[in-house]
Design a protein. Structure first.
Length: 201
C-alpha cells in the first residue's frame, strides 16, 4: 500500500482503545455488517457520542480494526523471521507463525478474507487495507524466496502465496485437519525442488 493509498488513522486514547478492542472482537466473531455502534459502545463501556467523537464513523472503526490486526500480524511475523538462521527457514516460518496466529487470534479463519466477503467495494476506506495486506504477503514470499531461487522468485512467491492463503481458508472452513501443516510440507518440498544449483562463477 503506497502512502497515497493509506487510509486515515485516528489517535488512540484509552477510550478509543477500549472501543477498538470491543469492535475488533465483535467484528471478527459476528461479522462487520451484523455489529452496530450501539453494541460496540455498550461492550466498551463508552457512550455512543464518545465513539463517534473518537472515530467519526463505523467505517473508521472498521479501518482501525483491520489495520490493528495487520500491524500485530506483521510485528509477530517480523519477530520470528528475525530469529531465523536461513532463507529456507524464513519461508517456512511464515506457515509456522500463521498456524500459531490462527489458533490464538483467528479460529474462524483469516480476518482479512472474512472482511473481504463483506467489503468488496474499492471505495470503502478499509478495502485498501485488505488488499494491501495480501499484496504485502505476496511481496514477502517473493522476497523471502529470492535468495534461494533468484531466477524464479516471482513464480515461487505466487505459488507459496497460493499455498498459504488456501490453507488459511481451509483452516477457517474446517475443510480438513492440518491444513497449514500440509501447506508447510508442500512449501518445503517446493523449495527443495526449486533451489538454484547453478555453480557460482
Amino acid at each position: 500500500m503506497s502512502p497515497a493509498e493509506a487510509p486515515h488513522r485516528v489517535p488512540m486514547t484509552p477510550a478509543a482503545r477500549r472501543a477498538l478492542t470491543a469492535a475488533g472482537r465483535l467484528f471478527y466473531e459476528r461479522g462487520i455488517h451484523a455489529v452496530g455502534v450501539d453494541l460496540i459502545a455498550a461492550e466498551a463501556g463508552v457512550t455512543k457520542k464518545t465513539l463517534y467523537d473518537r472515530f467519526g464513523s463505523k467505517d473508521q472503526l472498521v479501518v482501525e480494526y483491520l489495520a490493528d490486526r495487520d500491524e500485530r500480524w506483521r510485528a509477530r511475523l517480523a519477530e520470528r523471521l528475525d530469529a531465523c538462521a536461513s532463507p529456507r527457514e524464513r519461508v517456512l516460518a511464515v506457515f509456522d507463525v500463521s498456524r500459531a496466529w490462527m489458533d490464538e487470534n483467528s479460529p474462524r479463519g483469516c480476518g482479512m478474507v472474512n472482511a473481504h466477503a463483506e467489503i468488496d467495494d474499492p471505495s470503502h476506506p478499509a478495502y485498501a487495507i485488505i488488499t494491501g495486506q495480501k499484496q504485502w504477503m505476496l511481496t514477502l514470499f517473493t522476497d523471502l524466496v529470492r535468495p534461494l531461487a533468484p531466477g524464479s522468485a516471482e513464480s515461487l512467491g505466487r505459488t507459496l502465496m497460493l499455498l498459504h492463503e488456501g490453507a488459511l481458508v481451509a483452516f477457517g472452513l474446517r475443510v480438513f485437519p492440518g491444513a497449514l501443516e500440509q501447506a508447510r510440507d508442500q512449501a518445503a518440498a517446493l523449495l527443495d525442488g526449486a533451489v538454484d544449483r547453478t555453480p557460482a562463477g
